[in-house]
Design a protein around this ligand. Structure first.
Ligand code: ATP
Length: 358
């Protein structure tokens, strides 16, 4: 396994035109040896470009890639010692499942005993043990993808396993189990795993380090908890979480309070140095509670919809022209069209020019 440094990396697919557009704007980042990373973002934000730069399929327009401090920027994929798993299975249909899994080790002259040991271990983790002697072509599409995954995981000596939306063809039940298996494999073998996805649930349940991208920029790197509680930009607040973070255009009214729709809301943010008084208040629907009395940070809301999701209720209300969403326990009765909602000051995030004021 290796530590991977992406140093001042940038990429454009049209370098020779007058004003090239950048699929990746310059960034630097280190992937630690043995950690699990998810690259998360909407379609076209640059996830695959980043992965392909690490694997060597794309040479970056700018910057360097270092594996354990060795510059590999000009090395071809085969010389980088990485394993790749793509969206659709890449396997040898005529070989047995065993031979498919053993192939990456046979090519590198591993002993028969070692090959046997690794194939058994990986096939058990991926529930492929009973298919080892079958020709791979006889397996279903999702089982074939398990073989692809297995071929990536069977080598302990790879610098990293890079996966680009690897569970797309896997059914939802198995997806959940596989993500857990990948985590176990990572914990057991300390394999550096990098996983590209546009699905926040996949990213959150798989990785400790989530790299959120938007339009060629890395907008936040952090734990699922950080992304949820303190999104660094309004984009992250909107993209992560279901429903998206409530965001209200507001104005700074004192050193730590803002006003929206003529309502004064206290925050824990120091707003004394803010030059542009126009800000946004962001608060997760999970943190907004029903209040019984009028006090600071309580707002009156006209209820327009209550949806029962089984394990919670989602209230959608209006404050003037603003729409507000609050997730509450499903047992709480909502009898009136008018509600008081409490916005705890410590859960209010304030954004200036769409960036979190820390
Ligand atoms: P998706 O989730 O849809 O795969 P992505 O986040 O992986 O998207 P990329 O595939 O890295 O995004 O694409 C980033 C940008 O670069 C997009 O605007 C895309 O159109 C452009 N792009 C990607 N590959 C090429 C290419 N070979 N030639 C020209 N432009 C490309």
């Amino acid at each position: 396994m290796a530590k991977i440094d992406l140093s001042n990396i940038s990429h454009t697919y049209n370098p020779n035109v007058e004003n090239p557009t950048y699929a990746l704007n310059p960034f630097s980042m280190t992937w630690k040896n043995g950690d699990r990373y998810a690259i998360l973002g909407p379609s076209g934000c640059g996830k695959t470009t980043m992965l392909n730069i690490v694997s060597g399929l794309v040479r970056p327009s700018g910057g360097k890639i270092l594996f354990d401090d060795k510059d590999v920027t000009d090395l071809i994929t085969e010389s980088r010692n990485i394993a790749q798993v793509f969206q659709f299975p890449v396997i040898y249909n005529t070989m047995t499942v065993y031979d498919n899994l053993a192939f990456p080790l046979k090519c590198r002259d591993f002993s028969k005993k070692k090959i046997e040991e690794r194939v058994q271990s990986v096939s058990e983790t991926l529930n492929l043990s009973s298919f080892l002697n079958m020709p791979a072509r006889k397996l279903t599409a999702d089982q074939k993808q398990l073989i692809s995954l297995g071929r990536g995981l069977v080598r302990e000596d790879v610098a990293a396993v890079l996966m680009d939306e690897p569970l797309t063809v896997i059914d939802p039940d198995l997806k959940f189990r596989l993500r857990r298996s990948l985590k176990e494999i990572n914990e057991q073998y300390k394999t550096t795993l990098v996983y590209v996805t546009h699905d926040q649930n996949e990213a959150m349940t798989f990785a400790d380090n989530i790299i959120v991208m938007d339009q060629g920029e890395i907008v936040q790197v952090g734990l699922p908890k950080d992304l949820f509680e303190k999104p660094k930009t309004t984009f992250v607040g909107y993209f992560i979480g279901s429903p998206a973070m409530n965001l209200f255009s507001s104005e700074v009214s004192s050193n730590n309070s803002i006003k929206f729709n003529n309502l004064e809301i206290n925050t824990r943010t120091d707003l004394s140095k803010i030059k542009n008084k126009k800000v946004k208040l962001g608060i997760r629907s999970e943190f907004i509670k029903i209040a019984n009395e009028q006090k600071d940070n309580v707002v009156n809301v006209k209820v327009i919809r209550v949806e029962d999701f089984g394990n919670f209720k989602l209230i959608t209300g209006k404050i003037g022209d603003f729409e507000i969403k609050s997730k509450v326990e499903r047992e709480i009765p909502i009898s009136s069209d008018n509600l008081k909602l409490y916005l705890p000051a410590d859960k209010c995030c304030i954004y200036s020019e769409d960036k979190l004021i820390q």
